[in-house]
Design a protein around this ligand. Sequence first.
Ligand SMILES: Cc1cc2nc3c(=O)[nH]c(=O)nc-3n(C[C@H](O)[C@H](O)[C@H](O)COP(=O)(O)OP(=O)(O)OC[C@H]3O[C@@H](n4cnc5c(N)ncnc54)[C@H](O)[C@@H]3O)c2cc1C
Length: 311
Amino acid sequence: MIDAVSKAFFHALAGSRHLKSLASRYGMRDAHSFARRFIAGESVEEAIAAGREVEAAGMLQTLDYLGESVASMAEADVATRAYLRVVDAIAAAGIGRNISLKLTQLGLDVDRATCVDNLRRILDAGQTHEFFVRIDMEGSAVTSVTLDIFETMWQLGYRNVGVVLQSYLTRSLDDVKRMNQLGARVRLVKGAYKEPRSVALQSKADVDAAFVSLMELLLAEGTYPAIATHDPAMIEATKTFAASRAIGRDRFEFQMLYGIRRDLQTALTREGFRVRVYVPFGREWFPYFMRRLGERPANAGFVLKSLLSER
Ligand SMILES: Cc1cc2nc3c(=O)[nH]c(=O)nc-3n(C[C@H](O)[C@H](O)[C@H](O)COP(=O)(O)OP(=O)(O)OC[C@H]3O[C@@H](n4cnc5c(N)ncnc54)[C@H](O)[C@@H]3O)c2cc1C
């Protein structure tokens, strides 16, 4: 219940222009500003430096150039070009070639065909440089179309691409089964958006139970799934299931967000598990940042403290 209220509260705040402009002014101003806890920086150079640090600590990374819900084809084109530059910069830097992106950043809300073209431009560049491209999952209004586009790419022969499924959605069991049949790589998450009862489980206990069932199906029958969570209970369940089925540590990976539960990231790496850190960067960090606050209202305390001391 508190989960739902907190998500709704921060979702509403995320729509506030005043808050956005205040946050943008102070959030990334210097190395100690509050948004830096979750965002690697505004430039690709800062993101690559963060990616290098992650790799130096024995982990893998995926870079996410932040942005979502663009409102015009011109903006979608700008975002696509920016992603193409990110692909080049990562390839030149020599760090792991893995990116995450959102289809509404490429124009999904504006024009589906343009979004598909933009995605193909990125997948083609990615194929040339041997990148893996993860399509993040957004709110339930775009779940079906996101999966449709993914499956179209798959039918066109792209294999350097994967999707995300959310355990809070009641439809996800069918989606996991379909993705397993395709042989597609799935990142499993609990889900970060505020969703209605008609499509999503509402209590933490139910979302967790669904996460465990889907994780087991992915590990048993899927293709190199990513189990993306900071929840020690979910991580334990994954380790236990993998051990009971003798599923090797090279057949799946854990994923966590930059700046969250670094202790767990390090501990799992030391135990010999693969851990990939999702490293977000860019100027459009506000909605991503607000979702992180919504997941853990205690995070708002340090933001407030930092804002008061900066002003
Ligand atoms: C790599 C990665 C990619 C993701 N991609 C997507 C996506 O494409 N679509 C989508 O809807 N969601 C995505 N998410 C977010 C996900 O859906 C959850 O909202 C988020 O991971 C919190 O859930 P949890 O599994 O960590 O468990 P929770 O039950 O929410 O948290 C368990 C514990 O983790 C820690 N924790 C969790 N969140 C925070 C936080 N914000 N700050 C500090 N501590 C925290 C706390 O210790 C908490 O007790 C992604 C998450 C990860 C790790």
